[in-house]
Design a protein around this ligand. Structure first.
Ligand code: AMP
Length: 289
């Protein structure tokens, strides 16, 4: 079956009406890489039809962020979707998604969205929630796959879906990495050769946290943060944050203790020249004997 591309709200509604059975959606901003493809493969296994959206969403970018220079290699992206067995791609214009004259709704999950990325990127998660809900309404999927790479985004979307009873299963997919540990990101192409070498400092910081928590049974989240910051700095990464948080609520922790049966999540963000990168990892807490 040949893959279709819908560019308007009317077209996607028409296409959606022809699909029977379970539909999976993988929302993306394009510049697709193996991480996105892994999401598509997972989605493909769980549903009868696979839809991918490619939309660089302006409402989730701050005024000084990289919206205008975000990569948009559309032909390459469509080829990647075809190869992954995608049924249809929704690729709307900004005008189509946000027609002038339609007043904007505001959506947020403050308890999860206010800190970390939310504190550094005011309005980011409001933009994410709004576009994700719009994409869900436009494609009416039974499930949607999101990467753990954007861990806070995943938790914000899961919380929104739970609170608003959105009938979509949000499926979390593991982070795909380069062989040296760097998490794949559409922004990695902007790293200079030197910065690319230093970028492994993010995953190294997470490995350091894992050693401290899982092997050395470190219980102080601030000690783990300090170690992660030191590792990032050793790799010339200008840190935004390095934190250990509750893996669902992302609340701050006083102590990394065995009663946290779901473990903890370590989250890092930092800048290498003009490029901002984030990463995270879930960690188990050793049982006390
Ligand atoms: P983006 O195009 O960056 O908005 O990402 C679209 C989806 O792909 C989001 O759910 C991301 O979390 C996910 N994603 C991005 N990078 C990776 C990766 N390295 N591994 C797995 N999923 C990813």
């Amino acid at each position: 079956m040949t893959m279709w591309v819908a560019q308007t709200v009317q077209e996607i509604h028409q296409r959606r009406r022809t699909l029977a059975g379970r539909v999976a959606l993988v929302p993306t901003m394009g510049a697709l890489h193996a991480g996105h493809v892994a999401l598509m493969q997972q989605a493909r296994r769980l549903a009868d039809h696979l839809l991918v959206s490619i939309f660089v969403n302006p409402t989730q970018f701050g005024p000084r962020e990289d919206f205008s220079r975000y990569p948009r290699p559309l032909e390459q992206d469509l080829a990647a979707c075809r190869d992954a067995g995608v049924d249809g791609v929704f690729h709307p214009s900004v005008q189509e998604m946000y027609p002038p004259g339609v007043p904007a709704s505001s959506l947020n999950v403050p308890s999860i969205a206010a800190e970390l990325e939310g504190a550094l990127r005011p309005g980011h998660f409001e933009g994410v929630c709004r576009v994700v809900l719009k994409l869900f309404n436009l494609t009416q999927p039974a499930l949607a796959c999101f990467g753990q790479k954007d861990f806070q985004q995943l938790r914000v979307v899961q919380a929104m879906v739970a609170d608003l009873n959105v009938p979509v299963d949000v499926v979390a997919c593991p982070t795909v990495r380069e062989s040296d540990g760097l998490a794949l990101s559409s922004r990695n192409v902007y790293l200079s050769a030197d910065d690319r070498k230093h970028a492994i400092g993010l995953s190294r910081a997470l490995e350091e946290a894992r050693l401290l928590i899982e092997r050395s049974a470190e219980t102080d989240p601030l000690a783990v943060s300090a170690a992660m910051l030191q590792t990032m700095k050793a790799y010339h990464i200008e840190p935004d944050y390095a934190e250990v948080r509750h893996p669902v609520t992302l609340a701050k922790l006083d102590c990394i203790e065995p009663r946290l049966t779901g473990g903890v999540v370590a989250l890092v963000a930092g800048r290498l020249g003009p490029v901002r990168l984030i990463d995270n990892a879930l960690m188990a807490i050793p049982k006390t004997t």
